[in-house]
Structure formats: structure tokens, C-alpha cells
Design a protein around this ligand. Structure first.
Ligand SMILES: [Zn+2]
Length: 116
């Protein structure tokens, strides 16, 4: 599926504050909605997820504080990624479109764009 043309290109990205979700519509006609807390647990930055021999901070956490899981801003990074800013100021995690699409496929988050 990741080889499908358009599968890693979003045509629409929306930060849904009331639903606490980040919504993606992909160029291949699928859509995926990501729960904020789901994304926060998967923050790919070195501090959260670790790097090399260093364990990430999230590997020792059982739960996250509310200010850590509230997305207050979402920025495009070039043409390949988005960077959320979380309420507690954390903004070093860059989620590439490729990774987001892979997460959606792995965790069954893909829907047809026409369905609600
Ligand atoms: Zn992080």
C-alpha cells in the first residue's frame, strides 16, 4: 500500500481541536484521523523515543499529563512532514508523511475519504 501513488502525499491536513485529533486526507483517496494522545506517545524526537543506546523518556512513562497531549499548533515541514507543538512547549517531534501513513496502515486507521 505504501507504494501506491499518492499514498504518502496528503491533500488536506486539519487540526481538530474539539475532537482532539489530527486529520489527514491522502492523495489516493483514503483518510486517517490521529488521536492526539496516540501521536504524543509516538513522538519521534530523540528525547521521547530515544536514539542509539539512549532510551527515550517515553519508554519509562506509564501515562502522560494533559498538557503533554494537547496539540496547540501544527506546522508543515517542507513537503514531507508535520511538526506539532504541544501545550507544554514540546515541539521537536517531526512526523513524516511516510511514517504517518505507515502508522495508519499498521494500526488500521485508514478510511475512505468519502465516509465520515
Ligand atoms: Zn518528543
Amino acid at each position: 500500500m505504501t507504494g501506491t501513488p499518492g499514498a504518502t502525499t496528503p491533500t488536506d491536513i486539519e487540526l481538530d481541536s474539539s475532537g482532539r485529533r489530527m486529520r489527514f486526507v491522502w492523495a489516493d483517496g483514503r483518510r486517517s484521523d490521529y488521536d492526539w494522545e496516540y501521536l504524543r506517545w509516538r513522538c519521534p524526537c530523540a528525547t521521547c523515543s530515544g536514539e542509539g543506546e539512549f532510551a527515550g523518556e517515553l519508554q519509562t512513562r506509564k501515562e502522560l499529563r494533559p498538557d503533554e497531549t494537547e496539540m496547540v499548533d501544527l506546522e508543515l515541514v517542507g513537503r514531507y512532514a508535520v511538526k506539532p507543538t504541544w501545550r507544554n512547549g514540546h515541539d521537536t517531534g517531526i512526523f513524516t508523511f511516510r511514517n504517518l501513513r505507515a502508522l495508519a496502515e499498521q494500526d488500521d486507521l485508514l478510511r475512505d475519504a468519502s465516509s465520515a
